[in-house]
Design a protein around this ligand. Structure first.
Ligand code: M6R
Length: 606
């Protein structure tokens, strides 16, 4: 979703360059238009904006005309109004004294726009955002200061917002206000930053302050003060140190972030493993004692969350209900104060998941969050947080964070096995957990070339199936989502047994089907499914156990996984070839896997 950067600093020489670089680092969020505004000498705001990519709009912008020490930059992901120059942010008031950038949706904008138009305000865009500068203009005319105007604005605006405002009367000041959409401040001795995500300012500072809902921050170079907009009182909050290094947000020699992140998968799990899960005793106890366990998540994180059902329902007989976060209302009636909600989210800012978790919490559920981004909204709602420690993930398509989420769930399960004295199972799993980072690295090393070849073969397909059984249905679902989101080939995953009940009608010569076929209790049935599909001309690709001679004979292509993972951690190593296939299919087709069309890294609108 929209990317936001605001900078106020002492140095006038590099402001535009930094705004531009910061927006480049936010490109992964997904966007269609770009804009900059700088407070210039002579009390004016200079704006440059247009539809297109950051580089295109920067090329159209004369940086030398936009000198200043305070400025804002925005990448817009269109919601209200098409991606056009007029709808691109920043938006201004009638006099051009106030410039505003926004992420989120102002739900009551139609009514506000009507009232403002009746008062004579002229609107130049179709956006919901534009009501903000006009409202501020009105409030300032009433004699309020900008701070007072923003306090009042918070009582008027409905919906969700991260707002950043600059004003000609205050040359070295940035105002930021937030409700439901993320805003993070970065601070150095001489500079202050406001951004929708940490990578925006990571090369300049690792001292960050996370703004919370209903807070207003006023930034000046090297200084910040935070207010609660409801009580109007100052909130004291010290910066925390970001552990991510600036290098982690660079491509590091890889052609795309996505490939780099696939290559990092093994190391990510190793890093997670290096520390114990805080409060694991309480987490396990809560899960084992709960009446029911509800998982809440979206997209890839939802597929990761399905792992919970296979582990805790099958081994411990717990009722686990995996729930797509935007459909949370269906499970509300069964949530009570003896329910555990497991929220899984890379960003911790997905609005569907936030809403679902808040509602569940109100009904008394205990919330365990499995999240990557430290201090994000979901971590503040949760009773317990399990950080997956995957570092920044820039590619829009989740890869290493999916594995890290699944790994965290397996680790919690491992602790539950220990607590319930299932020693043999716990020991087998312990060994697999220790070794899986190396296995992942082996698979990436060995299988990249094969994935590239398969990609060439399937790149012209219209559609593909991913079939798995048991816990490897999660592998199939995640594999299909990855292929469709970055290569634009229609891909669906089914429980393999279900494929005969309709989907098989689509099979024709060379129709690609990926089978997840470990040597476990699903193997014989999967072989049956492969034969059925092959008989109808399908091009069959299998992820199989090493040296499974029978499957090697049957399949057109296969990837081999160490037997250790046929019964433990299956949906971790079995996923790697599918991430590679998706990546190479997208690049074979000439698509940029890091910035797939229409998608945003963090979905902050409902
Ligand atoms: O930040 P989250 O994990 O909550 O995001 C949820 C989904 O939007 C996300 O997993 C999405 O499906 C992935 N980018 C797909 O690769």
């Amino acid at each position: 979703m929209c990317g936001i950067i605001g900078i106020t600093q002492k140095n006038p020489d590099n402001l535009m360059e930094k705004l531009y670089q910061s927006l480049k680092r936010l490109e992964y969020r997904g966007y269609d238009s770009v804009g900059f505004a700088v407070l210039s000498q002579g009390n004016s705001i200079r704006i440059s904006k247009n539809k297109g990519k950051v580089d295109e709009v920067a090329r159209q912008t004369d940086f030398s005309l936009m000198k200043g020490t305070t400025g804002i930059g925005h990448s817009r992901w269109a919601t209200h109004g098409a991606p056009t120059k007029e709808n691109a942010h920043p938006h201004t008031d009638c006099q051009g004294n106030i410039a505003v950038i926004h992420n989120g949706i102002i739900s009551n904008f139609l009514q506000l726009r009507k009232e403002l138009s009746q008062k004579g305000h002229i609107f130049t865009s179709e956006t919901d955002t534009e009501v903000v500068p006009h409202l501020l203009e009105d409030l300032l005319k009433q004699g309020k200061t900008m701070k007072e105007a923003l306090f009042e604005l918070a009582t008027i605006l409905g919906g969700a917002y991260a707002l950043v405002v600059i004003y000609t009367n205050e040359q070295d000041t940035i105002y930021c206000m937030k409700k439901e959409n993320p805003l993070i401040l970065g601070i150095t001795k001489d500079e202050s930053y406001a951004a929708s995500d940490i990578p925006a300012f990571l090369p300049y500072t690792r001292e960050a302050v996370t703004l919370r809902d209903d807070e207003l921050a006023i930034l000046q170079p090297g200084k910040y003060v935070i207010f609660n907009v409801k009580t109007k009182e100052v909130v004291n909050r010290k910066p925390h140190r970001i552990t991510w290094t600036p290098d982690a947000a660079q491509k590091g020699g890889f052609p795309h972030f996505m490939l780099k992140e696939i290559h990092e998968s093994g190391q990510v799990l190793r890093t997670q493993l290096a520390s114990e899960i805080p409060n694991i005793e309480h987490i396990v106890q809560a899960i084992l004692e709960a009446d029911n366990i509800i998982t809440m998540a979206a997209g890839t994180a939802f597929y990761a969350s399905l792992t919970t059902q296979y582990l805790f329902q099958q081994t411990f007989g717990k009722i686990v209900i995996p729930t797509i976060a935007s459909e949370y209302e269906t499970v509300l009636p069964i949530i009570n104060d003896n329910s555990v909600v497991i929220a899984v989210s890379q960003s911790g800012e997905t609005i569907d998941t936030i809403k679902a978790v808040k509602e569940a919490k109100q009904k008394g559920a205990k919330v365990i969050a499995i999240v990557n981004v430290v201090g994000s909204t979901i971590t503040r709602i949760a009773d317990h947080v399990v950080y997956i420690q995957a570092g920044p993930e820039i590619g829009v398509a989740a890869t290493k964070t999916y594995l890290a989420q699944v790994f965290a769930i397996w680790r919690i399960y491992h602790q539950a096995l220990i607590k319930t004295n299932k020693q043999t199972l716990a020991q087998q799993l312990q060994e697999a957990i220790q070794n899986v980072p190396d296995e992942i690295e082996r698979i990436v090393r060995n299988d990249e070339a094969k994935a590239r070849d398969i990609a060439k073969k399937i790149q012209h397909a219209q559609s593909a199936f991913y079939l798995g059984r048991g816990i490897n249905l999660t592998t199939a679902l995640e594999g299909a989502l990855k292929l469709k989101e970055i290569s634009y080939i229609h891909a669906e995953a089914y429980p393999a047994g279900e494929s005969k009940h309709g989907p098989i009608a689509l099979i024709h010569q060379n129709y690609p089907i990926v089978f997840i076929a470990p040597n476990d209790n699903t193997r014989e049935k999967i072989i049956g499914n492969i034969m059925e599909m092959k008989a109808r001309g399908a091009y069959t690709i299998g992820i199989i156990e090493e040296n499974d001679q029978e499957l090697k004979q049957i399949l057109h292509q296969y990837f081999e996984i160490n037997p250790k993972y046929s019964k433990q951690l299956q949906n971790i190593p079995y996923q790697i070839p599918l991430h590679l296939i998706a990546y190479y299919t997208a690049t074979s087709k000439g698509h940029d896997p890091d910035y797939p069309r229409n998608l945003a890294k963090s979905v902050t609108v409902e």
